[in-house]
Design a binder for this molecule. Sequence first.
Ligand code: IMP
Ligand code: MG
Length: 178
Amino acid sequence: MSNIQLHGKSFEIFLPEALIQEKIAALASEINTAYAGKKPLFIAVLNGSFMFASDLFKSISIEAEICFIKLASYKGTTSTGQVITAIGLDVDLTNRHIIVLEDIIDTGKTLHTFLPQLHNQQPASLKIGVLLHKPDATVFEVPIDYCCFSIPNKFVLGYGLDYDGYGRNSRDIYKLAE
Ligand code: IMP
Ligand code: MG
């Protein structure tokens, strides 16, 4: 389907499932090579990253762990600028190779706020992997190590990303229609 109506707004197809899966498979293979023998720990940021983290992790063939935290800063289609930790970390990061997984980096506020908490635990290494990045929306610089798609500063949904809670269940990613 090329256009959908959701929660009173119109969205058009942007990134189809096949393209998303292709990029994620390539990322997984890069990580499998780079992290062989390092037993990386993935930290997926809920809610938005659950599909990305799940599909990526299924293609990780080296020994690896995954855990989840819940951060939130969005209400509707704009960032509130405030980051709330709804579910915290319950794993020791000391000397671990960490890869943080985010659905999207928009202003950068969420990770900018959260990353120092991770660095405090003295991991052996800390990298950031994101499905989507909006470079034009940057307010807080975040070092991105792995990025599947760099996208324009438009609101998107689907594949885990929501508009006020809706739209996460789409296999494709849509953008707000002009
Ligand atoms: P940031 O803190 O501004 O970088 O925003 C990060 C969080 O805002 C992401 O993890 C998403 O949950 C949410 N977000 C940012 N842009 C979008 C979007 O276009 N669609 C849906 N959620 C978004
Ligand atoms: Mg998110």
